[in-house]
Ligand binder design. Structure first.
Ligand SMILES: [Zn+2]
Ligand SMILES: [Zn+2]
Length: 224
């Protein structure tokens, strides 16, 4: 295999980064592995495959997306608690080099098994003020891993409208006639943010909107 002349430099830089910032558990901050050390990993439970519309655990009545929701399907890899919540919080503060690939692995595997029929991956944009504070748009990091894992194109399709809330909080920056979109975010809680983002995609002409999140928090009623 031909080797890039820059390969030794890249290896040296990687080694230096490891020396300066050795891998740490994103939940308990112990040195060792990213995203979780062996102890924390043993306590992480993946969300069992649940309701295809809202990703709630199966069994009994649950507060699903109401009729008329702009979201057709939802996939979540984890329940948002314990080591999962701690790791996501640390990763958000640590920026782009925080081990998003490891955190996103389970979500990518789940999506690959479901093979949603979508044309493009996008993400729920973080408002510019918060991106400046944190140095990165965390949902973009997750979406990049998802797009890479599924071999799909990724495009920034949404603008966050900082003066608007709820269903008007986002605006699509392109027309999307009959485009099926995989919309990515870190956490699904009340669903208001995802509803607003998906509404903007639909207004721009999107066909179906599939939502993919690292974790679903609790079983809040979903809606705007
Ligand atoms: Zn740990
Ligand atoms: Zn449901």
């Amino acid at each position: 295999m031909p080797t890039s002349p820059n390969a030794p430099l890249a290896v040296a830089r990687e080694g230096l980064l490891t020396l300066l910032a050795p891998p740490r558990c994103l939940a308990c901050r112990r040195r060792g592995r990213t995203p979780w050390c062996t102890v924390c990993r043993s306590m992480v439970r993946e969300q069992p495959p649940g309701c295809p519309r809202c990703a709630a655990p199966r069994g009994g009545v649950h507060a699903c997306w109401p009729t008329g929701a702009p979201i057709d399907a939802t996939v979540a890899a984890f329940d948002y608690r314990g080591e999962v919540a701690a790791a996501i919080a640390t990763a958000k503060l640590s920026g782009a080099h925080a081990g998003w690939a490891g955190l996103t692995e389970a979500l990518v595997a789940r999506l690959a098994a479901l093979a949603p029929e979508v044309d493009v991956v996008t993400w729920i944009t973080t408002p510019p003020g918060r991106v400046r504070q944190r140095g990165t748009d965390h949902a973009a990091c997750i979406a990049r891993e998802v797009a890479r894992g599924l071999g799909l194109p990724i495009l920034p399709l949404l603008d966050a409208r900082t003066r608007h809330r709820g269903r008007d909080a986002y605006r699509a920056c392109h027309g999307l006639p009959a485009t099926d979109v995989l919309l990515v975010d870190d956490i699904l809680t009340t669903g208001a943010t995802a509803w607003g983002a998906a509404t903007a995609l639909r207004r721009a002409g999107a066909g179906t909107v599939h939502l993919a999140v690292l974790a679903r928090a609790g079983t809040h009623p979903l809606g705007a």
